[in-house]
Design a protein around this ligand. Structure first.
Ligand code: TYD
Length: 209
């Protein structure tokens, strides 16, 4: 086992912003440098958290209140942290996580009334860890929707949320980037896939040196 502490990177953005593609490209880029990379995602990323994922992402939109949803996402994150993220960091690996606590700050903290204080309290109590660097892929929701549709159902939840809520999420994420300027880097997602990947690689390489 390496004695080097690992590096914890997260990706955030509205649905359809291209996170999944970009996390994969960044993993390839870092592996080509000889780094050990663990690519994971939320909700999920450990067997228990994947079971919770099915509870929160499937079924009726009104299945859970915002508060119950917050508890479920936090339970999933705690399991993911204990079983997947912390062991990988302890082994000196680079962890790339598709969504982390910033998604809860937005989707549970902002989308149905203001629950941000509860999100932050629960995070401090049960998670207590932020990524070392967060890549926010910023994108106009209409462009994201067009991309999601052209990919034929890959990001199907995007359409369910509606453009109005996605606009609110986009503005909220940009506010979050201003709140955590040392941690969150905003990348222009309205460029070609390769250009976005290059921008991200440059930011991450700089952080890792
Ligand atoms: P997913 O199908 O993975 O979408 P995407 O590829 O766009 O990330 O579903 C994740 C959904 O879960 C996404 O719509 C955002 C939501 N979510 C929350 O509401 N709270 C959270 O804490 C997390 C991690 C995700």
């Amino acid at each position: 086992m390496s004695t080097q502490p690992g590096v914890f990177l997260s990706f955030e953005g509205i649905d359809g912003s291209g996170k999944s593609t970009q996390t994969r490209l960044l993993a390839d880029h870092l592996r080509a440098q000889g780094r050990e990379v663990v690519l994971t995602r939320e909700p999920g990323g450990s067997p228990g958290a994947e079971e919770i994922r099915a509870l929160v992402l499937q079924g009726d939109p009104d299945r859970w209140s915002a508060e119950t949803e917050l508890l479920l996402f936090t339970a999933a994150r705690r399991d993911h942290l204990e079983r997947t993220i912390l062991p990988a960091l302890a082994a000196g690996k680079v962890v790339i996580c598709d969504r982390f606590a910033d998604s809860t700050r937005m989707y549970q903290g902002l989308s149905r009334g203001d629950l941000r204080a509860s999100v932050d309290q629960l995070h401090a109590l049960m998670i207590g860890r932020e990524p070392d660097l967060t890549i926010l892929i910023d994108m106009d929701p209409a462009t994201g929707l067009a991309r999601a549709k052209s990919r034929n159902g890959v990001e199907e939840r995007f359409e369910d949320f509606g453009t109005g809520l996605q606009e609110k999420m986009r503005a909220g994420f940009l506010d979050l980037a201003r709140e955590f300027p040392d941690r969150i880097r905003v990348i222009n997602g309205a460029q070609g896939v390769e250009t976005v990947a290059q921008d991200i690689a440059a930011v991450v390489d700089k952080h890792l040196t």
